[in-house]
Design a protein around this ligand. Structure first.
Ligand code: KG4
Ligand code: ZN
Length: 336
């Protein structure tokens, strides 16, 4: 089965073709970061308009590069939620209409399920069951993945998502959008121990997160210090260490609680090298294995959508000929 996938939930236009026999045939990605940089964050209306501009040229490019005739497609998948409604509607409208025109089935994909399954595209893919730590700009979730489609939420962020906290703290430190990777790069040059920031909600049982207070603590520390270049680096380091430590403590706790021996990390923040290194060390100590997608598949991309769509279509799920986006859609509401 050959599936074309569209991702347009936020500020990346991502397309890919997944073939069940040959694997990933190719992908095309356009990132809108430059467009939003001058505003310091994603402007939803600009995002939608840019998806409209880019989606068909990217499709033509992908079909040409992979030498794929439209007639060879067996299905079409598109992210239909959660995300920015205008942005979601672009991929949904194009994907659903194209499937209708070609007379092939279509399926709407949950963006976080696609992130969760992205490590399956790697050579060293995890077997089920596993615990997934999903850390993106909009979500922080710990999920017990019993099998494909069987997800139990173990914990989630009660306020800011981990990526959101990275972005807001970066902005406050005067770093350009997108802040997460910029803050991570700055943290590399920081000195450890000059600032100490809290590890929120780790001193009590449970697997939920809260990053808003940590972000405020970083802002307070910045306002109270000499605001030198070195202080900026040191706060970036202290902030990254606090987020990573918190994510590691809860991930380890979730493994011990569920008895699972495999941990998957996915979503934009899983590209963070410090997080990957710390999780590897901690999991080794408790005899658990860590899996993650290649960095390009940690952030938004079409490949994870094409693959998830393939699995859902194979399981017999299809979308009626309706253009429908679901901007708010808890992962726990997904049908098994
Ligand atoms: O998954 P993603 O591309 O989009 C959403 O679904 O939200 O995640 C984007 C988030 C942003 O908040 C970005 O700052 C963060 O992931 N991010 C990082 C890194 N790379 C991306 N955060 C920390 N360190 C990184 N290296
Ligand atoms: Zn995402």
């Amino acid at each position: 089965m050959r599936v074309l996938g569209f991702e347009t939930s936020c500020d990346e236009t991502g397309l890919a073709i997944y073939d069940s026999e040959q694997g990933l045939l190719g992908q095309a990605l356009y990132s809108q970061t430059e467009l939003h940089a001058e505003f310091g964050g994603v402007v939803p209306e600009l995002a939608s308009r840019d998806h409209i501009r880019k989606i068909l040229p990217l499709l033509k490019q992908l079909l040409a590069e992979t030498d794929t005739p439209l007639a060879s497609l067996d299905g079409i998948a598109y992210t239909c939620g959660p995300g920015l409604v205008g942005a979601l509607l672009v991929g949904t409208a194009v994907g659903r209409s194209l499937a209708w025109g070609l007379g092939i089935p279509a399926v709407g994909v949950h963006h976080m399920e696609a992130h969760l399954l992205a490590p399956m595209l790697e050579e060293e893919a995890p077997d089920y069951p596993f615990v997934a730590l999903l850390v993106s700009g909009g979500h922080t979730l710990l999920v017990d993945v019993k099998a494909f489609g069987q997800y139990e939420i173990l914990g989630e962020s009660l306020d800011d998502a981990a990526g959101e906290a990275f972005d807001k703290t970066a902005k406050m430190l005067g770093l350009p959008y997108p802040g997460g990777p910029a803050l991570a790069a700055l943290a590399e040059q920081g000195e450890a121990g000059r600032f100490t920031l809290p590890r929120p909600m780790t001193d009590r049982p449970g697997l939920n997160f809260s990053f808003s207070g940590l972000k405020t603590a970083a802002i307070t520390a910045w306002q109270a210090c000499d605001q030198s270049e070195q202080a900026r680096r040191d706060i970036a380091r202290a902030f990254q260490e606090a987020v990573v430590d918190t994510l590691c403590i809860k991930s380890e706790r979730s493994l011990l609680q569920t008895g699972r021996k495999r941990l998957v990390i996915a979503g934009g923040v899983s590209a963070n090298l410090h997080l990957r290194a710390q999780l590897a060390t901690r999991c080794q100590a408790i005899d658990a294995q860590v899996y993650y997608p290649r960095p390009a598949f940690c952030t938004d991309n079409g490949a994870m959508v094409a693959y998830t769509g393939y699995l859902r279509l194979k399981a017999g799920q299809t979308e009626p000929p309706i253009i429908r986006a679901t901007p708010r859609w808890p992962l726990s509401d997904l049908s098994a």
